[in-house]
Design a protein around this ligand. Structure first.
Ligand SMILES: *[C@@H]1O[C@H](CO)[C@@H](O)[C@H](O)[C@H]1NC(C)=O
Ligand SMILES: *[C@@H]1O[C@H](CO)[C@@H](O)[C@H](O)[C@H]1NC(C)=O
Ligand SMILES: *[C@@H]1O[C@H](CO)[C@@H](O)[C@H](O)[C@H]1NC(C)=O
Ligand SMILES: *[C@@H]1O[C@H](CO)[C@@H](O)[C@H](O)[C@H]1NC(C)=O
Ligand SMILES: *[C@@H]1O[C@H](CO)[C@@H](O)[C@H](O)[C@H]1NC(C)=O
Ligand SMILES: *[C@@H]1O[C@H](CO)[C@@H](O)[C@H](O)[C@H]1NC(C)=O
Ligand SMILES: *[C@@H]1O[C@H](CO)[C@@H](O)[C@H](O)[C@H]1NC(C)=O
Ligand SMILES: *[C@@H]1O[C@H](CO)[C@@H](O)[C@H](O)[C@H]1NC(C)=O
Ligand SMILES: *[C@@H]1O[C@H](CO)[C@@H](O)[C@H](O)[C@H]1NC(C)=O
Length: 265
């Protein structure tokens, strides 16, 4: 009897500890690069952040990015994909850190195109109706010899410039979870307008910046895969993926429109 009580108490505590309350605002921010000028770097960082990541779980977020030279017809230099539903979020904010070796020895104006994919759902007669959202934008930056080294440390005047926000009002159960990122719940997202963003809540201090910098060799993106990783990756504080796994057919289509896009941006 006593044991049963203890066990249920423990389960209750666990449930309370992990319960996510809604509505909750989830924010995605582009942390680096900013609209700025940087020196060439052997490992140039690409960093995104998720604010309130625990509440983002049912959104099954994923982020895709491409780097290209502005005005070049076609060739993009690097690209990465981060599949976030699989992460055990344990910090807030959660940083998605990747890097590219393609800006080591070059100058020019570059564009980082990013796309954030999300899932949502609503109640319908037949059960839960799934939907999806796509948000996309680009940041432009300049690489110039002698300019400041890329630095991830933020100051009061360097808040992330771009963001996407979601007002998650609740969750619904999903059947056939295998088709939905293995999650058994999906996010009910409030209609427009999206909640106001708070990008300046992203503060990166020296300690955080150096732990991100330490993993840059481990998270290099296409076309040079991580091959020279000496530091221990602490995945409980940093999200790190740099694969194109699961891109499948979209790859060909994406290449086609990218060829046009970098000419225009
Ligand atoms: C980027 O910075 C330049 C120079 O400071 C400025 O003129 C331009 O408006 C900025 N662009 C954006 C999109 O913020
Ligand atoms: C970066 O470029 C310099 C100069 O070309 C070269 O010496 C160095 O090996 C390069 N570093 C990496 C990591 O590719
Ligand atoms: C997340 O946590 C669960 C339960 O603790 C564990 O089974 C799973 O392997 C973890 N996933 C990752 C990607 O660390
Ligand atoms: C939710 O899904 C619907 C249907 O796919 C889509 O039109 C809408 O943009 C999505 N909402 C958000 C906030 O992503
Ligand atoms: C893209 O980002 C710029 C700021 O860099 C912002 O002014 C603009 O509204 C964004 N576009 C979209 C479609 O969100
Ligand atoms: C968040 O992003 C939106 C759309 O890109 C932009 O209009 C807005 O200025 C951003 N908010 C902040 C506080 O930067
Ligand atoms: C989120 O949506 C709920 C329900 O529509 C609303 O009451 C709340 O004010 C919204 N929150 C924000 C920050 O927009
Ligand atoms: C790995 O890094 C070490 C130390 O920076 C360097 O000497 C070596 O050439 C690198 N190896 C490769 C394959 O890049
Ligand atoms: C990993 O990061 C978490 C959260 O910041 C921290 O509590 C933990 O001590 C770190 N682990 C290691 C091995 O550095």
């Amino acid at each position: 009897m006593l044991l049963a009580c203890l066990v249920s108490l423990i389960f209750l505590l666990l449930a309370c500890g992990s319960a996510q309350t809604y509505p909750a605002t989830v924010e995605f921010d582009v942390v680096f690069p900013l609209n700025d000028t940087y020196a060439p770097a052997a490992l140039f960082p690409i960093v995104f952040a998720i604010q309130n990541p625990q509440a983002s779980v049912p959104l099954t977020l994923s982020i895709e990015w491409y780097l290209g030279r502005v005005g070049s017809s076609g060739d993009w230099l690097a690209g990465g994909f981060g599949d976030l539903p699989w992460i055990n979020f344990s910090t807030n904010p959660y940083f998605v850190v990747m890097s590219t070796t393609t800006l080591n020895n070059t100058e020019g104006v570059f564009s980082l195109l990013w796309t954030l994919y999300s899932g949502n759902c609503s109640e319908s007669l037949g059960g839960t109706k799934l939907g999806s959202g796509v948000a996309s934008n680009h940041t432009r930056f300049t690489i110039k010899n002698g300019a400041q080294q890329p630095s991830l440390v933020t100051s009061s005047d360097t808040c992330p410039a771009q963001n996407v926000t979601f007002n998650v009002t609740g969750t619904l159960p999903v059947s056939g979870a295998a088709e939905y990122g293995e999650r058994d719940i999906c996010a009910v997202v409030a209609e427009e307008p999206p909640p106001p963003a708070n990008p300046c809540a992203i503060q990166v201090d020296d300690v955080m910046a150096s732990s991100m910098s330490a993993i840059l060799p481990c998270v290099t993106a296409y076309p040079i895969w991580s091959g020279n990783c000496t530091s221990t990756v602490n995945s409980s504080s940093l999200a790190i993926r740099s694969s194109f796994g699961g891109m499948g057919l979209t790859w060909v289509a994406t290449c086609l429109w990218l060829s046009l896009l970098f000419w225009v941006l």
